[in-house]
Design a protein around this ligand. Structure first.
Ligand code: SF4
Length: 327
């Protein structure tokens, strides 16, 4: 059983941690509940932190001539400056974090899909934007995964997000350990995962790990981290996953019957046609890893990039399209 490093994730406090919404409510998020045993959450409520209190009049994003402002509509109070100052001071306190999980559509925490209202209007929506606090975090930590609880109901977005935070947490521990051999082991165990994410970055990370210039660990780990972030920035295409699955199949070719190979390839074709998820092929390969006692594949994070219990979060099937990331 693989041991996982615990990701450190900044989370909107109203997502199950406190009754801090403008009306005193708290949101129940299944993904937060499922993650809680595996993740170290750092809850924050930006609106409470800037002194708005609970309950409070709601704030909204308004488009003024000089840009978007965060305004308490009913009182006219503009808290844009206060929110930006808080976000800057909060960001300065953050160390060793692996991602953000924020409340969807909030004018403070929303990562996208936050309504922008016309200034002085009766409620006309002019477009969508990011919340002021979330936008500041994205500027400060552009390399870290950031999602909202709504988008994480989608299986593919959730798996990509979980893969990133657990991989970054594992790398953070390697980096803290300062041991070049641990970095080499980390790289070896993540080879298939990185192959799925980016062949180009996999080659670059292999070069960095080989360290032909005999550089010191902090310099090597720093460069490795930059390229790891680049590699994980976009979810793998399903064609890249298929290449990795075929690569893994190649290790068993000599020991499989024609019927077994046909069964695997038929299942793979169903995945290619988007009729099943990648899980059936992964399950078949996991069985063969045990049967053929393949140590190399057994260690590969590609087969279990995050704890298996997190596979079970229910999903909103209406948001299950392959191109959900596209704007
Ligand atoms: S969305 Fe953010 S600012 Fe609003 S209540 Fe939740 S944690 Fe607080």
């Amino acid at each position: 059983m693989r041991a996982f490093a615990r990701p450190r994730v900044v989370v909107s406090r109203c997502l199950g941690f406190d009754h801090c919404r403008w009306n005193g409510d708290m949101i129940t998020s299944e993904v937060v509940r499922m993650l809680a045993p595996h993740v170290d959450f750092l809850p924050v409520c930006a609106e409470v932190e800037i002194g708005l209190g609970v309950p409070r009049k709601p704030v909204r994003t308004v488009r003024e001539q000089d840009g978007e402002r965060l305004v308490q509509h009913e009182t006219g109070l503009d808290v844009t400056g206060r929110m930006k100052r808080f976000a800057a001071s909060f960001a300065a306190t953050l160390r060793e974090i692996d991602g953000f999980l924020l409340k969807s559509r909030s004018p403070s925490c929303g990562i996208r899909d936050v309504k922008v209202y016309r200034a002085g209007g009766a409620g006309d929506v002019m477009g969508k934007t990011a919340g002021v606090f979330a936008a500041a975090m994205a500027r400060q930590f552009p390399h870290l995964p950031a999602e909202d609880e709504g988008r994480l109901r989608n299986r593919r977005i959730r798996e990509h997000y979980l893969t990133r935070i657990f991989t970054l947490a594992a790398f953070r521990e390697v980096r803290a350990g300062g041991d070049m051999q641990d970095l080499a082991t980390f790289h070896t165990r993540n080879k298939l995962l990185l192959m799925a994410y980016s062949q180009k970055e996999l080659r670059e990370l292999g070069r960095i790990t080989a360290n032909p210039e005999k550089r010191e660990f902090p310099e090597v780990a720093g460069e490795y981290g930059d390229h790891l972030n680049a590699a994980l920035s976009r979810a793998p295409r399903y064609t890249a996953n298929i290449n990795v699955l075929l690569h893994a199949l190649g290790r068993f070719r000599g020991g499989l019957s024609p019927a077994e190979k046909t069964f695997f390839l038929d299942t793979l074709e169903q995945y290619r046609q988007d009729r099943v998820t990648i899980c059936p092929n992964l399950t078949i390969l996991r069985g063969w890893i045990v049967r053929f006692d393949d140590d190399y594949l057994r260690e590969q994070t590609f087969f279990s990039p995050f704890p298996a219990e997190l596979m079970g979060v229910s999903e909103d099937l209406s948001h299950n399209q392959r191109d959900y990331w596209e704007k």
